[in-house]
Design a protein around this ligand. Structure first.
Ligand code: PLP
Length: 414
């Protein structure tokens, strides 16, 4: 084998398996409802795409940490959100936050604490970077987020000198927000734990208002955000970190690695991103959130039954129902449950095991964005609120898919 031995456990995720299975079904002419993809359905706002066209001629390499005008625009955006502990110097722009997280994992010397559920890439990145991971199982009664008690428990095992926890709120896969940030901040401060605060869905918070742990614990919190979710521009690959002064050594080493790995994020995209952060996108965001909230409310109302456990999403585009009670006599793993659901109904979802849950916990992530976002957005512009009929008209696959899941689960449990 030509492969490094420590990478042999790095397997393609079941996301790929589900996607392959979906494609095969489509080839056979079957309809697949794609609740597996985590991509924004909305188009990039016009003024931002226009700016990209205007800057297609920008062909020079840019500074490793990003274009100064973009870093200033991002800094101003943080100030508008009352995150005033970071300077322009602290802003590190890169080709997507996933890439920046990878740089961080490569540079960081210590252990990683991951709440389960966690986004799919944190753990494989740690494995590639040879960082030890300590999982913390969260519970539905805590809104699927860690508590300070959980942190105390994991610190009995995680005794490395340097520790980094990755928090993600609003969360992928659960859609829920952490409401105990102040208490967590106190605990992290007590133990000098570095926080990577993955805030990629923060501008899509549709219930309550968004809070960042950086407002309670800026000195060791790295904020991670970018254009992928709120701006619908995942493929543009533009993300940033705000790295506090105290972590300058990490910032410096990440720069060196970036300079050896990719040089800088794409120039035209960076110029367009200046406008994304400088211009007022309130109307676009309000309309996007109106749609996401209406669909989320619908999914929650339908899935929240006596036999299914589910928490109400607060942001982003995911919901994570737990079918353990209902289907534990039928399936012993979330991945076989999801494969069977896809085969029987054509509905593709991602198993909880991809997000750090034990296989026996029969959860899945449902991404409720299989609809034409441009059309729905156009319609929603003039509406104060949206109804179930509007979902029926503009996102029929969501209604159909939820019905299929519920009918299937009912049959399976009989
Ligand atoms: N963090 C979370 C929780 C995500 O869901 C994603 C994308 O799916 C990312 C980070 C990566 O975003 P980017 O496109 O900035 O690499």
């Amino acid at each position: 084998m030509n492969i490094k031995s420590y990478l042999t456990n790095l397997k393609p995720s079941s996301t790929l398996v589900i996607n392959e299975q979906s494609k095969e079904m489509e080839r056979q002419g079957k309809e697949v409802i794609k609740f597996g993809f985590g991509q924004s359905p909305f188009p990039v706002p016009n003024n931002i795409t226009e700016e990209l066209k205007k800057h297609a001629f920008q062909k020079d390499y840019l500074p490793v940490k990003g274009l100064l005008s973009l870093r200033k625009a991002i800094h101003a955006d943080l100030l508008r959100k009352s995150l005033n502990h970071y300077s322009v110097d602290n802003i590190f722009v890169g080709p997507g936050t996933k890439q920046l997280m990878f740089l961080l994992q490569l540079a960081f010397d210590g252990d990683i604490i991951l709440p389960a559920p966690s986004w799919v890439s944190y753990d494989p990145q740690a494995m590639i970077a040879k960082n030890k991971v300590h999982w913390v199982q969260t519970r539905i009664e805590n809104n699927w987020h860690v508590t300070s008690q959980d942190i105390e428990e994991v610190l009995k095992i995680c005794t490395a000198k340097n520790k980094l926890i990755i928090l993600n709120t609003p969360n992928n896969p659960s859609g829920t927000n952490a409401h105990n940030l102040q208490e967590l901040a106190k605990k992290f401060k007590e133990h000098d734990i570095i926080v990577l605060s993955d805030e990629i869905y923060s501008d899509l918070t549709f219930k309550g208002s968004y809070h960042s742990i950086a407002s309670f614990y800026p000195e060791r919190t790295i904020i991670s955000n970018g254009l992928s979710k709120w701006c619908g521009a995942g493929g543009w690959r533009l993300g940033y970190f705000a790295i506090p002064d105290l972590l300058k050594d990490l910032d410096d080493k990440m720069q060196v690695i970036a300079s050896e790995a990719y040089s800088s994020a794409s120039a035209p995209i960076q110029y367009a991103a200046v406008v994304a952060y400088d211009s007022d996108q309130k109307e676009f965001l309000d309309n996007s959130k109106k749609i996401l909230q209406t669909i989320s409310d619908y999914c929650f109302k339908k899935l929240n039954t006596n036999s299914i456990s589910v928490k109400e999403p607060e942001g982003g585009f995911y919901i994570m129902p737990d079918f353990t009670e209902l289907l534990k006599h039928k399936f012993n793993s979330s991945s076989t449950m999801c494969s069977q659901l896809l085969l029987d109904t054509g509905v593709a979802v991602l198993p909880g095991s991809d997000f750090g849950f034990p296989e026996s916990q029969l959860l899945f992530r449902l991404s409720f964005v299989d609809f034409d976002g441009a059309k729905f957005l156009q319609y929603a512009k003039d509406k104060h609120s949206l109804t179930e009929q509007d979902i029926q008209q503009f996102a029929p696959k969501v209604i159909n898919g939820i019905k299929k899941i519920l009918d299937w689960a009912g049959k399976m449990s009989a």
